[in-house]
Design a protein around this ligand. Structure first.
Ligand code: HEM
Length: 199
């Protein structure tokens, strides 16, 4: 680390950690995309599935204070997902034992995946905004959150510029895949669940 907190630029034959993360987590992102491909956030049912995934995965991460620069964003988004589920009349299912030990995830891995998720969020927000269903439009907390692209930029100019081949960075790549797996797990759960509506 330099005195201003930015990692030194890797040598010419090295690659940035962010580039390695993008390449090596692409199959995990694709798997998640596939799971979410039929989840239409402009419909009540689709939005509920999406929000249940977010509420649970973000809930697990916020409960154990995961991440570094993304911590406050995670807490905020978890709260917003729960708020919208309540507006839709859905109970947030209690968190079952998570498939990964979230407390042990490398903070840079959590920061990468969660800050990066805001890039795709713009597309989903457009889809949500196109909805003509009043219930969907009323459940607005998640999609009217700040874009948090400053968190992404901070990651890319900070930890993301580290040398991808430093020995410790293997763990960051492995843990980033585990974060994707956490979301995929709850995406599958959320799609299958029959959630009781609030009385
Ligand atoms: C159906 C839902 C999703 C769609 C359509 C989507 C789409 C996208 C798109 C288009 C980008 C690239 C944006 C750009 O380069 O400007 C992106 C990047 C990214 N998304 Fe997603 N995404 C979705 C869900 C998620 C979720 C749930 C997560 C993680 C929790 C996630 C994590 C990431 C990450 C880490 C990146 C940055 C990749 C990089 O450039 O290094 N995405 N996504």
């Amino acid at each position: 680390m330099s005195s201003i907190g930015v990692p030194p630029i890797p040598a010419a034959n090295s690659i940035f950690l962010r580039d390695r993360l993008r390449a090596e987590t692409r199959p995990a992102h694709d798997a998640l995309d596939t799971r979410l491909a039929h989840v239409d956030v402009s419909s009540v049912d689709g939005l509920a599935v999406f929000l249940r995934m977010q509420a649970r995965a973000l809930g697990v991460l916020s409960e154990c204070d995961a991440g570094n620069i993304s911590k406050l964003m995670i807490v905020d988004l978890a709260h917003r997902a729960r708020t919208d589920l309540a507006v839709l009349g859905h109970q947030v299912p209690p968190v079952a034992v998570p498939p990964v030990d979230a407390a042990r995830l490398h903070p840079d891995a959590v920061d990468y995946v969660l800050a990066g998720s805001r890039l795709g969020n713009a597309m989903l927000k457009k889809r949500w905004r196109s909805s003509t269903q009043p219930d969907v439009r009323h459940a607005a907390a998640f999609f009217t959150a700040p874009d948090y692209l400053d968190v992404w930029k901070t990651f890319c100019t900070g930890a993301g510029r580290g040398d991808a081949r430093l020995p410790g960075n293997e763990t960051i790549v492995t843990d980033a895949r585990a974060v994707f797996a956490l979301f995929s797990h709850y995406a599958a759960d959320a799609a299958e669940e029959k959630v009781p509506a609030l009385a």
